[in-house]
Design a protein around this ligand. Structure first.
Ligand code: C5P
Length: 233
């Protein structure tokens, strides 16, 4: 897969989501379906969006004992999504089980990526509440290495961590980066942000963009601007 822009469809109803996607009459965007939409609408929303020709990143961030994750991933493998994820904090064994569950009988499977540390977790809280003594960057590098050892394809991380991940795991290991804002726009609640153009320079493989597109006056124009800046087309 080459570089692409993924739109975070953070909506709570099918109607709102499909009305939003109806606006895209040209290029069909890669779509991220998160917990809110999946829990509201169930697997049917995945099938419906897939049937409309979109690629799908199913962002459910699984984290449980290996056996439970294996079985859950086996169910998700039937949904024909293009990318899904787990928490790296579930350990290498859990990530290996996820990969096994996700792999279909014919050997094909969606991309599987791991969440390292959520961008909402500060180093201070990680150390004080979770009793993790390392720095946040050390944790991210180690979790990414674990994901690679388990056979996963990449990690979700802040664009500012993409280079760190590539240094530890190699250029082929994918980085999927949210926290994207246009140079002339508000940060909202995101802290460690960068522009689509800068994310490209840093080496992100996929950017995840929510509000800069979904809340734009002209979402299609905002999406096309992301594509121009990030993919160059
Ligand atoms: O609206 P915005 O562009 O901030 O949306 C970013 C999307 O990426 C949201 O769906 C958010 O949940 C997700 N995300 C994130 N930071 C992470 C992981 C996921 O912002 N570390």
């Amino acid at each position: 897969m080459v570089r692409d822009v993924i739109i975070a469809c953070d909506f709570s109803s099918k109607e709102q989501t499909l009305a939003f996607l109806d606006r895209f009459t040209g290029r069909k965007p890669f779509v991220k379906i998160g917990m809110e939409l999946f829990y509201a609408c169930g697997p049917d929303i995945v099938r419906e969006i897939k049937a409309r020709g979109h690629k799908i990143f199913l962002d459910l961030k699984l984290h449980d004992i290996p056996n439970t994750v294996r079985k859950a991933m086996s169910v998700l493998s039937k949904l024909d999504v293009d990318m899904t994820n787990v928490h790296a904090a579930g350990t290498v064994d859990m990530m290996k089980a996820a990969l096994e569950g996700l792999t279909r009988e014919d050997g094909t499977r969606p991309m599987l990526i791991a969440v390292t540390q959520l961008t909402s977790t500060s180093e201070e809280r990680m150390q004080r509440e979770l009793l993790i003594g390392a720095t946040i960057n050390e944790t991210i590098a180690k979790y990414a290495e674990n994901a690679k050892v388990a056979g996963l394809d990449g990690v979700v991380c802040s664009p500012l961590e993409a280079q760190l991940v590539k240094e530890h795991c190699g250029a082929e290991f994918k980085t999927i980066t949210p926290g994207i804002r246009f140079a002339d726009a508000a940060a909202d609640d995101q802290v460690r942000i960068t522009t689509p153009a800068r994310a490209r320079e840093i080496g992100s493989d996929f950017i995840v963009v929510g509000r800069p597109v979904t809340a734009a006056e002209d979402p299609v124009a905002a999406y096309e601007r992301c594509c121009r800046e990030f993919i160059g087309e």
